[in-house]
Design a protein around this ligand. Structure first.
Ligand SMILES: Cc1cc2nc3c(=O)[nH]c(=O)nc-3n(C[C@H](O)[C@H](O)[C@H](O)COP(=O)(O)OP(=O)(O)OC[C@H]3O[C@@H](n4cnc5c(N)ncnc54)[C@H](O)[C@@H]3O)c2cc1C
Length: 419
């Protein structure tokens, strides 16, 4: 079987990419490992989705349903319970190896591939946490799935490490289901979640947030179940400060300590990877440094808002279609480099052979800034600037501007000047 475009993953990102490619009359196949389309949205039963795309506030499953309806109306081919286990490129053709309920272990060929495989949660093994190794320490997203999909409350006395959005949302969710949520500890001096989630998930329920604190001991009972934790304040170098210990008797510690793009399928490619996003470097068409291989959604950069995932992935699907139609005229590119107060930028390249008129740059700040100017330079020339108030690392920022006037020889530098 040879398809024009194969999309890997059927969450918000894969759905939007497949819809956009199909609207450009491409022969598209979407492959999803779960039994349903929708991805992580299916377990996000809180509201807060869709304000930008639909101007309405939906729950995660409602937002997914909107896209699934459109996807089905376009008669896009898809496989469920199908996991892509290997991706290769031989000459100009991609070879997708999958294990699926319907086809068994099989190979599908494609002229272009869009990776929309989402992200995974950082676990206890990826950070330093002293103490015992009891049951009851679990990632917040897994707890959310157990509760919202399988109907199991994972604990009754809960503490949460990390103030990412999943941790904040699970603090409220566990509280509403009758668990006692004793607090949230965050090692940074600021929260990593959206401001609205701090207010609606913690403040509204009097759940304390301990900033500049981390877990410094974990204790188990004789059955190897979690019994208690200790948290401590940390100094500016994240070293625990003696005398600041606080003890909590808990049966569950939820970890919300970061999400990492899932790019395992890129292992066999010699591809440029950005150490900051921990994903592939892309051009403004969401194409990696392998021609015809596109990436978007949480597998490209961890998003706080699903609306941005849908918009970005729709553009990636359109780019994949343009690639198939032979609309890429050259491969001349310049770099887009993050500078002062910028954690990362995406795309990392501006490629002049694509037909896009606007350059859209996503970025996160490396620190909280009350007032700042976003400035983009090419050499000494200021090519874009905009003033902003209240920029925080937790919220992804975007700027867009036409790039037809830019020089094709000099790189772009993106800065956040503190005002
Ligand atoms: C807990 C939580 C709360 C959130 N709250 C909000 C909110 O309130 N408002 C908001 O706007 N946004 C929110 N977001 C953000 C938003 O929901 C996500 O950014 C978005 O849904 C991610 O979509 P995605 O398609 O990139 O990833 P996913 O939804 O993770 O989809 C990836 C899909 O790829 C599949 N897959 C992966 N690997 C393979 C493979 N090898 N083969 C086949 N299939 C594969 C997976 O099964 C999955 O279905 C939240 C996110 C989380 C995690």
């Amino acid at each position: 079987m040879i398809k024009e475009i194969v999309v890997i993953g059927g969450g918000a990102s894969g759905l939007a990419a497949a819809i956009a490619a199909k609207k450009k009359n491409k022969d598209v196949l979407l492959i999803e490992r779960e039994a349903e389309l929708g991805g992580i949205l299916n377990q996000c039963i809180h509201n807060g989705f869709g304000l930008e795309v639909f101007k309405e506030e939906y729950t995660g499953p409602e937002y997914a349903y909107k896209f699934i309806e459109e996807f089905n109306s376009l008669d896009i081919e898809y496989l469920l319970n199908a996991t892509v286990i290997k991706l290769d490129k031989v000459d100009d053709i991609f070879i997708i190896t999958l294990s699926s309920e319907k086809l068994g272990l099989s190979e599908i060929k494609a002229k272009a591939v869009v990776i929309s495989s989402g992200c995974y949660e950082r676990t206890r093994g990826q950070i330093t946490m002293p103490g015992d190794r009891p049951r009851g320490v679990i990632t917040a997203g897994s707890a959310q799935r157990y509760l919202n999909i399988n109907g199991f409350l994972v604990g009754k006395k809960v503490f949460i490490l990390g103030s990412g959005d999943i941790g904040l949302i699970m603090a409220r969710r566990m509280h509403l289901e009758g668990a006692e949520v004793l607090g949230v500890a965050e090692i940074m001096p600021y929260s990593n979640g959206l401001n609205r989630n701090i207010v609606q998930c913690l403040n509204d329920f009097d759940i304390p947030l301990y900033l500049s604190h981390t877990v410094t001991n974990v204790e188990s009972d004789e059955f190897k179940r979690l019994k208690a934790i200790t948290i401590q304040e940390v100094d500016s170098r994240f070293n625990p400060i003696k005398g600041t210990e606080k003890h909590f008797s808990v049966d569950t510690l939820l970890l919300s300590i970061g999400l990492i793009p899932d790019i395992t399928l890129l292992d066999d490619f010699d591809i440029d990877v950005d150490p900051k996003t921990k994903s592939a470097k892309i051009n403004q068409a969401y194409e990696t440094t392998v021609n015809g291989l596109f990436i978007c959604g949480n597998s490209l950069q961890v998003h706080d808002l699903v609306d941005n995932v849908s918009k970005e992935s729709s553009r990636a699907g359109t780019s994949a279609a343009d690639y198939i139609d032979g609309l890429v005229t050259s491969r001349q590119k310049i770099k887009i480099i993050p500078k002062e107060n910028i954690l990362y930028v995406a795309p990392q390249y501006l490629d002049f052979g694509w037909s896009f008129k606007e350059l859209i740059i996503s970025f996160r700040s490396s620190k909280k800034l009350e007032k700042a100017a976003i400035k983009i330079y090419q050499g000494e020339k200021l090519v874009y600037q905009k003033r902003r108030t209240f920029i925080v690392p937790a919220e992804m920022e975007q700027v867009s501007f036409p790039y037809s006037e830019l020089s094709k020889d000099e790189d772009l530098r993106v800065e956040l000047e503190e005002l």
